[in-house]
Design a protein around this ligand. Sequence first.
Ligand SMILES: Cc1ncc(COP(=O)(O)O)c(C=O)c1O
Length: 388
Amino acid sequence: MSADDQWRPATDVIAGGRDHNDGSLTTPLWPAAVWETSSEAELAALATGHRPDRFYGRYGNPTVTAFCDAVARLEGTEDSLAFASGMGALASVVLALCSSGDHIVATEHIYGGTSAFLRGPAARLGIETTFVDGRTPGAMAAAVRPGRTMLVIAETPANPRLNLVDLDEVGAISGPFTMVDSTFATPLGQRPADHGVDLVLHSVTKGIAGHNDVTMGLVAGERELLDSIWAYGVLHGATPSPFDAMLALRGLRTLDVRMDRQCATALELAQRMSNDPRIAGVDYPGLDSHPQHDLAVTQLRRFGSMLALEVRDDPERFLDALRLVRRATSLGGPETLVCRPITTSHVSLSPEEQKAIGIRSGHIRMSVGLEHVDDLWADIAAALDAQE
Ligand SMILES: Cc1ncc(COP(=O)(O)O)c(C=O)c1O
């Protein structure tokens, strides 16, 4: 495979990350934390070398490199860098690019952990964040303080209610670095770099690895910018495990077919829910009723496997009555999962902060898995019946 090969994403997920397989059809797992050299001079060169992946585990690892190559190809970026988790990626980018006195602009509809990191540790280190409604045209650019704002962070589709941010708008912001958390979309749902965005962040833990057995994060972008994040990352130490990289690459191979099924089921469930009087509201970018459906149609290649619903009655009773759908906080895997944002993904926000970004007690986030749509709907309908 060369950079000139023009394949579709469904082919790239299969073909990518194989450059150093040495004839093995699967990517070799290199569990090594340490590598030896044939001379002292070689060891000395590696210690100050450019992102060596056969030197010391915290600097890089060939199995991780293979995974990063495959995702960079899908994102249409020069390169990518992996971390021990999505939060490891986020913290490393913020602390690599920002110093005390610097300023960040972030969208307010964002994963609770990201919000907590910006409001907590980053603020404590003197890095101030202004949160804006990313749906309001021009709001992100207007919040940029020339000379002080180092980073603009947008999440789209956003956790938990699937609000969107216009990627062209993020890409057009000049001055600070721009980064989009594209976790909900996966690399097959959108390509922020095509819109001029500098960095694309993923919690690989979710759809990319796709089987709830990996904790990992990734940032994709231009090599030079990633080099400086890597130089910081080696000291920060949120190093991904090679075992996780192997599993993530195996998961990536089936991302296209998994997304086909999960997105189709999510749309079908969203449609059934929006016609059910027991449900007060459904958020899904593929529904005509989604306030940003037009943007979803132009920006997303797929509407995604995530939706949010609001039940009219007791959300706890509804969740406890489910038998097939599982109560758990992650997303993007084969099992359909549900959680209440107020008690899980956004529990770090105060009730006032949750309310301000539209998260209410009855909201339930659903990650649609690979089960048959009719079995899922039967389970959901029975749990709704249990409320009456
Ligand atoms: C959108 C989004 N970004 C980042 C993260 C953090 O990822 P991780 O749990 O892998 O640290 C999450 C986790 O739920 C998420 O949903």
